[in-house]
Design a binder for this molecule. Structure first.
Ligand SMILES: Nc1ncnc2c1ncn2[C@@H]1O[C@H](COP(=O)(O)OP(=O)(O)OP(=O)(O)O)[C@@H](O)[C@H]1O
Ligand SMILES: [Mg+2]
Length: 174
């Protein structure tokens, strides 16, 4: 696993919003490395934290959530919620795993499945978050995954004070 870059609160967008923004970029060669990265992130997660996962088919969004689940000590397998839309797991903190792929950009559908009820009480991980980006909590963690030459390029961005601190902590641990 190679850390390619990290930037803390010097992004022009952060200044425009007078809001904090921190990010790290990592390349992982295997699914295990991606899950290890997710576990490192999850160490800091508490109920109320929102993780927006963004990336093409097969990029590793579900794999990343599996790493989060491992760190939260979720028992049993975590599988893709593409067809059931949302799954709730019991762990150190409740984990709410949602997939917006079949919602076709409908924010109402997110309300219909009851996501709002869990925003304060669970760690929420949403795959295909870019399709409903307008209705996401402004303060959130974004995990942007893409294919890279030797595996995956994973960018983790913290939007807002708390999320930025979590990413800064990860960057400092290197
Ligand atoms: N570095 C890597 N990180 C994550 N997954 C990897 C990596 N290298 C290979 N893979 C493989 O890529 C696949 C990722 O599948 P996963 O279901 O996590 O993707 P996804 O982004 O959730 O897809 P979907 O868009 O269908 O929801 C797995 O088969 C995994 O083994
Ligand atoms: Mg998936």
């Amino acid at each position: 696993m190679e850390v390619i870059a990290s930037a803390v609160a010097n992004d022009p967008r952060a200044m425009v919003n007078s809001d904090s923004l921190a990010e790290i970029v990592v390349e992982t060669d295997t699914v295990e490395e991606t899950q290890h990265l997710a576990r490192r992130l999850a160490e800091s997660l508490e109920p109320g934290d929102f993780i927006a996962l963004i990336g093409p088919l097969g990029a590793g969004k579900t794999a990343f959530v599996q790493g989060i689940a491992q760190a939260l000590k979720v028992q049993g397998p975590v599988t893709s919620p593409t067809f059931v839309l949302m799954r709730l797991y019991r762990g150190r903190a409740p984990l709410c795993h949602v997939d917006a792929y079949r919602l076709e950009g409908s924010a109402e559908a997110l309300v219909d499945i009851g996501l709002e009820d869990w925003l304060d009480d669970a760690v929420v991980a949403l795959e295909w978050a870019d399709t409903v980006i307008d209705v996401l909590p402004a303060q959130r963690l974004e995990v942007l995954l893409d294919y890279a030459e030797s595996g995956r390029r994973i960018q983790i961005r913290g939007l807002g004070d708390r999320a930025s601190e979590i990413v800064e902590r990860m960057a400092g641990q290197r």
